[in-house]
Design a protein around this ligand. Structure first.
Ligand SMILES: Cc1ncc(COP(=O)(O)O)c(C=O)c1O
Length: 411
């Protein structure tokens, strides 16, 4: 069993042990993984690291002690609201990640319902089957039920079915931009209309798309409206540590107005140390994560984000074409940086196993069975190698009729 060393180790020893520890880690720099990593170039990484280290010790819990961090957070929220068409009354906060942003939106929806619809004993939220598990996680902690509704044949939310699932206890609807499994965007304008008709809270989970969809549209991708430009969208989650390219531990949760935002805060004073008040779930917040997000957004600007988005969309198109050429099928019509694909003839998990043998870290989709990729700039240089290894994997599985041993698809 590991115990605390009686005497501290030398720096060299620590370096050596860390280097040894990471020998089994995936080779993300060479594009070998399509999940967890959002790389936008060495220059962006360096800006994020510098800013993180500059504010390594500062704590976002103390805006009075560190007005710099308060300023950075206000700027990040304002810039993000600008991208997502927040009006003059729109508000928001930085959080530690998509899960915290979603947790806070669900909590706010629940607390608004407690105030306005006190007859509801156990609130329900209605989400498409493709919504992220964070909604169930939040609901689990918050005493809420989640109803998951099957998506349509295009893998997008089935708005009619969601409408039919709304009952007396429903307080919230959810749509994603895009949903993680197939990378398609839910019909937010239709969901917003339903939300308005029924007086429900609509959360748009743009954890993946928040910092890529606005630029994709500028580049001519025909995405339907998905943000606060749609009346009825109450809150949005948009992750800075995904396609905002910030250091990990950074997301935003945004509200259409102050009236919705106010349900998020927590205040307490019945203890000896005086009033405690936070806008988000956590207490201590890494100053580095806040500063890095601010620095990266200012470093990249509109032009930098447009450039990264254009390149990621080009990688996706190249992969889609190559995958189709091998006789495989893309699931749905991916619109941004995620794609998943499978086969009507071959055991796609056997193909995944062959890819894994060649050093790729393969994300697996369960429904329909498939291989899942979330792209970043490390994949630019890896497209040919990936398609080459995929061709070999497909050839082997087709020739031998291999099937995969059942294995759990884990995320
Ligand atoms: C659509 C979507 N929502 C929410 C999340 C949760 O984000 P995080 O892992 O930062 O908590 C993810 C993570 O991939 C996601 O893809």
């Amino acid at each position: 069993m590991t115990t605390l060393p009686p005497m501290g180790l030398s720096v060299a020893d620590i370096d050596c042990r860390m280097a040894t520890a990471r020998t089994g880690d995936v080779d993300w720099r060479n594009g070998r993984i399509g999940v967890y990593i959002h790389y936008a170039g060495e220059d962006v990484l360096n800006i994020a690291k510098r800013a993180y280290l500059e504010f390594f010790s500062e704590n976002g819990l103390g805006p009075k002690a560190f007005p710099s961090l308060a300023r950075f957070e206000a700027d990040v929220v304002a810039m993000t609201l600008g991208l997502l068409h927040g009006g003059g009354d729109a508000r928001g906060a930085m959080t530690t990640g998509g899960t915290e942003s979603i947790f806070l939106a669900v909590k706010s929806a629940r607390d608004r319902a407690r105030l306005e619809r006190p007859e509801i004993v156990r609130p329900t939220i209605v989400v498409p089957q493709t919504a992220h598990p964070a909604f169930n996680k939040a609901a689990h902690f918050l005493g809420i039920d989640v109803v998951r509704i099957p998506v349509g044949p295009d893998f997008r939310a089935d708005v009619m079915a969601m409408a039919a699932a709304c009952g007396r206890d429903t307080v919230m609807l959810v749509g994603s931009c895009p949903a993680y499994p197939h990378g398609v965007v839910d019909p937010i304008p239709e969901l917003a209309e339903l939300a308005r008709e029924r007086g429900l809270w609509l959360h748009v989970d743009a954890c993946v798309g928040g910092f890529i969809a606005p630029f994709a549209r500028r580049l001519g991708v025909a995405l339907p409206d998905f943000d606060f430009s749609v009346p009825g969208v109450t809150s949005i989650s948009a992750d800075l540590h995904k396609y905002g390219y910030a250091a990990k531990g950074a997301s935003t949760v945004l509200y259409c107005d102050e009236a919705a935002f106010r349900f998020q805060a927590y205040e307490f004073s019945d203890w000896p140390r005086g009033a405690y008040s936070t806008k988000t779930l956590v207490g201590t917040r890494a100053g580095g994560a806040i500063a890095a997000a601010w620095a990266v957004m200012n470093y990249l600007g509109e032009a930098g984000y447009c450039d990264r988005t254009r390149r990621i969309l080009a990688v996706r198109t190249a992969l889609e074409q190559g995958i189709r050429r091998l006789g495989l099928e893309i699931w749905g019509r991916p619109e941004l940086s995620i794609l998943s694909y499978g086969s009507r003839d071959l055991d796609i998990f056997a193909v995944a196993d062959r890819l894994a043998e060649r050093g790729w870290f393969v994300g697996r989709l369960v429904d329909p069975p498939g291989i899942h990729l979330m792209l970043n700039l490390t994949h630019e240089a890896a497209v040919d190698a990936y398609l080459g290894d995929l061709a070999a994997a497909v050839e082997t599985v087709a020739r031998t009729g291999q099937t995969a041993a059942p294995a759990a698809a884990t995320y």
